[in-house]
Design a protein around this ligand. Structure first.
Ligand SMILES: [Zn+2]
Length: 172
């Protein structure tokens, strides 16, 4: 599974010809294990020769009607792409599933941040309200303080006047 052959499977198979059951699959030696190579997963986009891969149908007894990716230049004796179409589909589906998982995880993270942001906004609102209350309290205290100082000054003034009057009476 998941083979991504570097060349046509030797004698094997699904070049569009009916072949022996035993040779209907790419042999282990001729196939490249994608896990060990840097070859792309999923649908191949380009053959090693540079052309776009074609989809062909297998007519072997083991895999009749099974589709595979091949190359139009297959007869030139060079290395060309070869991969089962259903294997590529499975790889694409796995990749999509992985991507879906990543997106879901990011959505979770964003939702978490959204909740935190909402909490922060709520805290800010509460803090603003407390600051407003404190400012009002401070203004009230300032007013009371001014009244107290004025009263104190008045009392002192009256006392001074009384002392002055007493002095005048005593030293007359
Ligand atoms: Zn090719």
């Amino acid at each position: 599974m998941g083979r991504y052959s570097y060349s046509q499977p030797s004698s094997s198979d699904c070049n569009g010809y009916l072949v022996d059951e035993e040779s209907s699959q790419p042999s282990e030696s001729s196939a490249y294990n994608y896990a060990d190579s840097e070859l792309e997963l999923g649908f191949p986009k380009k053959c090693y020769c540079g052309v776009e891969p074609i989809i062909d149908t297998c007519y072997s007894r083991n895999d009749p009607g099974r589709k595979f990716f091949s190359c139009g230049n297959i007869d030139d004796g060079e290395c060309h792409i070869w991969k089962w179409w259903d294997v590529a589909v499975m790889e694409e589906m796995r990749a999509t599933e992985t991507n879906y998982g990543k997106v879901a995880s990011k959505v979770d993270t964003l939702t978490h941040y959204e909740t935190e942001l909402s909490e922060i906004k709520h805290l800010k609102k509460e803090t603003d309200e407390k600051i407003n209350k404190l400012e009002k309290l401070l203004a009230e205290l300032n007013t009371k303080n001014r009244v107290f100082i004025f009263s104190l000054e008045l009392v002192l003034g009256v006392l001074l006047c009384l002392v002055a009057v007493l002095c005048l009476i005593m030293f007359k």
